[in-house]
Design a protein around this ligand. Structure first.
Ligand code: GLC
Ligand code: CA
Length: 537
């Protein structure tokens, strides 16, 4: 198969609520995104994954959609959306829509109808079950704490919600539901979008009665049907959010022979700093050996039968520089080291807004400062179970989703230039030193490392297509080779705040570094804290 545009692309994720406000209501909007397209063009990205902008009561910040063909009024209008697509096109930036079709909002017209009575023609768009011995049908739990079954007084039945009670799950076994989704996707394809990021798509084949949620038996059948009915053959990027993917499963989704998706987000590395078999809030230190194992496994196991996506961050995850780097003394060095480590791998890199300037987590001291439903529900549930308040706040500071959602820091003016009003979520007070204006003015900033990484991928086939080989090094150093034909690149990153020794047998040329290097490193070299380099060898 010939190269696809998305195999050389870098995608930038925008969480519109926190990107740029233009009318002073404290909420980012589509005109704000448009106003920053020149900045994104300068960075060099090829596509924007836009977190949901559809009409929504915002129980889960837009991941609860009440109308898929209307724009959330806080964000603007359909005309603004069309303008964004057109302005993106002028700059070769495609707009990837967030497709949230495992569930809708309970305020979606389908659910409003469905709820009216068991005889309603829309009833079967959702998943209803009778009580079992006067109780919930089974033990399925919501990702946002508590039972996944919510009782509906009027009909005496329960409906399923794998997320909040305001996010009832759609019944994908119903052909009419599937057709509605495909029609809606075609509505957006006709508007000229560049593809879809598919929210928790591995759940649509669920068998709730057997307590099977991810990777249900009909999942791939549905995706093949979706492909045929909508984006198939249309040169769009499609990426599935698949928490339960192994390399074997990823091939099912992304093998081009199977006509499903371009690629998936796998999350194996994301779970490496939690206690095994527990939840993300149950903290454990990151094991670097495991990080190397997991990422290397994904680099080598897909071959020509699938495609990787590469990411450290998104709107659900803490900031990488705070999480696995050092957001104090080595903020710049460690942010660059993690960028270099990821962007020289095989796959399509995703950058989350603010990552390119090294934005950090924003610790809270009290639950009242939290806005995220996942965090708030977890806190209440665990508090009732007897967990200590301080431990819960610590977990939230390390893993909570609000960390990534604080407003984008543009300059040193009030609220980081995000809004002239009151921001919907606190701005990180470090905006006076960490902001886009400062980054652009400093030629050695994190921004320019990202810009270089994106440009390198455009120029060098070895990054897109080269073989990957992990090197045996001290634990703290993550080093690998990429090779294509005669070309061989060595990527080495010291992921610790201590100096580490590395032996570099030969090297010809420095491609990229995050410290000043006066000569090409060769022989026994000492890598300084979070030092990273890319060498032609
Ligand atoms: C995905 C989204 C997350 C959302 C959830 C429910 O995991 O990334 O933000 O809360 O799905 O839609
Ligand atoms: Ca606004």
């Amino acid at each position: 198969m010939s190269e696809q545009w998305w195999q050389r692309a870098v995608v930038y994720q925008i969480y519109p609520r926190s990107f740029q406000d233009t009318n002073g209501d404290g909420i980012g909007d589509l005109q704000g995104v448009i106003s920053r397209l020149d900045y994104l063009e300068l960075l060099g990205i090829d596509a924007i994954w836009l977190s949901p902008v559809y009409q929504s009561p915002n129980d889960d910040n837009g991941y609860d959609i009440s109308n898929y063909e209307e724009i959330m009024s806080e964000f603007g209008t359909m005309a603004d959306m069309e303008e964004l697509i057109a302005e993106g096109k002028k700059r070769n930036i495609r707009i990837i829509m967030d497709l949230v079709v495992n569930h809708t909002s309970d305020e979606h017209a389908w659910f409003v109808e469905a709820r009216k009575s068991p005889e309603n023609p829309s009833r079967d768009y959702y998943i209803w079950r009778d009580p079992v011995a006067g109780q919930v049908p089974n033990n399925l739990r919501s990702t946002f704490s508590g039972s996944a079954w919510e009782f509906d007084e009027d009909s005496g039945q329960y409906f399923l919600h794998l997320f909040s009670k305001k996010q009832p799950d759609l019944n994908w076994e119903n052909e009419k539901v599937r057709q509605e989704v495909y029609d809606m996707m075609n509505f957006w394809i006709e508007k000229g979008v560049g593809g879809f990021r598919m929210d928790v798509i591995d759940l649509i084949g669920k068998l709730p009665d057997q307590e099977i949620t991810g990777n249900g038996p009909k999942l791939h059948e549905y995706l093949q049907e979706m492909n045929a009915e909508t984006f198939g053959g249309k040169d769009l990027l499609t990426v599935g959010e698949t928490w339960g993917a192994t390399p074997e499963i990823a091939k099912l989704y992304s093998n081009p022979q199977r006509n499903e998706l371009s690629m998936v987000f796998q999350f194996e590395h994301v779970g490496l700093d939690q206690q095994e078999g527990k939840e993300k809030w149950d903290l454990a230190p990151l094991d670097l050996t495991k990080l190397k194992e997991v990422l290397s496994k994904w680099q080598t196991s897909l071959g020509n039968e699938g495609w990787n996506s590469l990411f450290w961050n998104n709107h659900d995850l803490p900031r990488i520089v705070s999480r696995w780097g050092n957001d104090q003394q080595y903020r710049v060095e460690s942010a660059k080291a993690f960028a270099i480590l990821l962007h020289l791998m095989k796959g399509t890199p995703y950058i989350y807004q603010g990552e390119e300037i090294g934005m950090t987590n924003y610790p809270i001291t009290d639950i009242k400062q939290a806005t995220d439903i996942e965090t708030i529900n977890m806190y209440q549930e665990r508090l009732a179970l007897g967990f200590a308040k301080e431990d819960l706040i610590e977990s939230i500071n390390v893993k909570g989703r609000d960390n990534a959602r604080t407003p984008m820091q543009w300059d040193e003016s009030a609220n980081g230039g995000f809004t002239t009003g009151t921001p919907w979520l606190h701005v990180n007070p470090n905006y006076q030193t960490i902001n886009v204006k400062q980054a652009l003015a400093d030629s050695s900033s994190i921004f320019y490392t990202y810009q270089q990484l994106i440009a390198l991928r455009k120029e060098h086939d070895v990054i897109v297509w080269g073989e990957y080989e992990l090197l045996q090094t001290p634990t703290e150093i993550f080093a690998y080779l990429r090779s294509l034909g005669d070309e061989k690149w060595l990527i080495a990153c010291n992921l610790s705040d201590q100096s580490q020794a590395l032996s570099v047998p030969k090297s010809k040329e420095i491609i990229l570094t995050n410290y000043e290097l006066t000569e090409v490193p060769v022989g026994e070299v000492t890598m300084r804290p979070y030092e990273a380099f890319v060498l032609k060898v």
